[in-house]
Structures are given as structure tokens and as C-alpha cells.
Design a protein around this ligand. Sequence first.
Ligand code: RIB
Length: 346
Amino acid sequence: MRDGEEQAVVVGIKDVARHAGVSSGTVSNTLNRPDVVSPLTRAKVLKAIKELGYVPDESARLLRSGESRLLAALVLDLANPFFVDVVRGAELAAQEAGLNLITCNSAQKAESEASHLEMLAQQRVRGVLLCPVDDDSGRSMRSMARSMLPHVLIDSDPSDHAACSVLVDDVRGGQLAAQHLLEMGHRHIALVNGPMRLAPCRDRERGVRAVMETSTERAQLTVLSVEGLDVTAGREAGHRLLEVADRPTAVTCVNDLTALGVLQAMTAAGVRVPDEMAIVGYDDIEFASAAAVPLSSVRQPTEQLGRTAARLLIEETDATRSADHQHQKVTFFPELVVRESSRLQR
Ligand code: RIB
């Protein structure tokens, strides 16, 4: 050690016990089972912890108890406010249960999803909330199974996979968007949709097609596929949309980010929204209502999605309740929020 450098002093549980005038067991109970310690003693111990700057050794506690207090969320795209809002709900539920939650981003890549799950298994997290990259080929479910971690699926419910799932009825969501545009008088509607390996994309398209095919009015559907589910992908789809022969007069998008990209492309091309092109998004993220032309959107109950997924995972992994746990599928319903981007102009 060079002159002048202070050596870091590691404060242990015994130092705290001595400082507070209690046993090491009382310090441990204050941290892990505060309900069995009197408020006065708890206050003394917490005061000693603060004064000494003691940092509990979570890995040691985990080895002793075998029960992690850390949940994980592994989502498709942390740049998408939809996932941030879902994670926020999950984090609130975790904190209310005295747990913490870390968030990882698969960036829609199966390899990234697999390596994150491997890392989370090595870290012995309590369980994972997973928005799968590919629940169609089974690749995500195989990665999840290899990790052997308890998990709850969000936005996915593969029939051959035993786990809790929390999702929104995206078929209904697609129907709401298409029905609204037909009611606004549109007869050539475009759908900007993401990859079919994602359940929300498959289901939203099913809903749109169901309405278009049963419409009493002759209506045409043009589908434009995008790989990314962000503003850039939406802008690129918007440029393609402008090239479509007998151009559609309305477009429903897989999510708000792509819808905002389409809006950008229309504005840049001088196409008036909604007069010449009506636009509907999906998720109702905060930016939807704040857009230059406030965006109509199919709203998802994002905080409820997150809270419910976390609650199910906590129940499943709670040592006192897991024996009675039965996997559940919880489905929420979307609602259409109509704003200027698709409203009939009087
Ligand atoms: O998971 C696909 C899409 O569903 C995401 O982009 C998110 O917006 C949700 O709506």
C-alpha cells in the first residue's frame, strides 16, 4: 500500500453486533426476518449498520438460505417504452414483496436471449419474466428450459410450454384498429407488421384480417412487413407505403414506435395525416399522445401486465407457497384510444 492511501476496512456482521450491543443472530434477523426483532432493537441495529457503513453479503446469504431476493426481466427492446412501462410495473410488485428486479435486453436476438438466460442462471436469480424473441420455433423456450429457472412469459403463451403467462388479447387489439379505420370510411388499409415469430405480431394480424374479411364493405388489405419494431423500421415502411399502387388511405401499425416512423415519413413527403393517410399505433406509450399529430393507438395495460407477471413469479418461487402453485394464463383486454391521427375530419 502506498503512503497516504487508506486501506479499505471490511465491516462484518460481528462488528455491527458489537457496535449495537446485540448478538450476530439478532443482526441477521434484523436484515432477513425483521418481524421477529423488536422495533427498538431493530432501530439500534440499523443505526449501527449506518454508522459502520456495513454492506450485507448477499451472495453469502444466498448460499446459506438458497433463496435469492433478485428477480430478472428479459425483454425484447429496452428502447421501446412499452417494455420500460411493463418492467416498471414488475419492479413495483417486486419491491412491495421485499425483492429487487434487474432488467436485461435481448434486442430481439435469440443468441443474446440465450446468453442472458445462462448468466441469470449462474447468478442464481429467483426467476425470470421473459418476453420471448421467438416462441414460434420453440427456440426461446429451449433456452428457457436449459436455464432451469422459474419463469413467467409475457406477451406469449405457447401451447406446449408449462409456465405462467401474462398477455393482452392481441387478436382483439387488431380487430379494434381495423374496425375503427373501416368506420372512418377507409377501404384500402395497410398493416405494418413485425416478424411472425412474435406472438403479438401473429395475433394482431389475425385480428385485422378477421375484420377485413368479414367486412360488409369491399375492403383491401396491404401488409408491409418490418423486422425491427422501432421508429427507423416505421419510417422505412412509410416510404414503401408511399410507393404502393392505388395507395392505401389508412395504416395500422404493430406498435407506436413504428407508427411514429410512418408519421415521420408521411410528414416528410407532405402527405397530410389523417386527411390523406390515417395512422393507428399499438401500446399507447406516452409519446403517442405527445406526437406532432397525436397518435391513435390500441392501449395495453402495461403496468398491470408487469405487476401481474411479477406477482405470479413471486408466488411460484416463494418457498412457503410454491407447493400449491398452479400455472395460470392471465389475459388482459386492449382498448382503442382515438386521437387526431385517425379521427374523421369534419
Ligand atoms: O413484442 C412485440 C411488440 O408488442 C412490441 O414492440 C411492443 O410494442 C408490444 O406491443
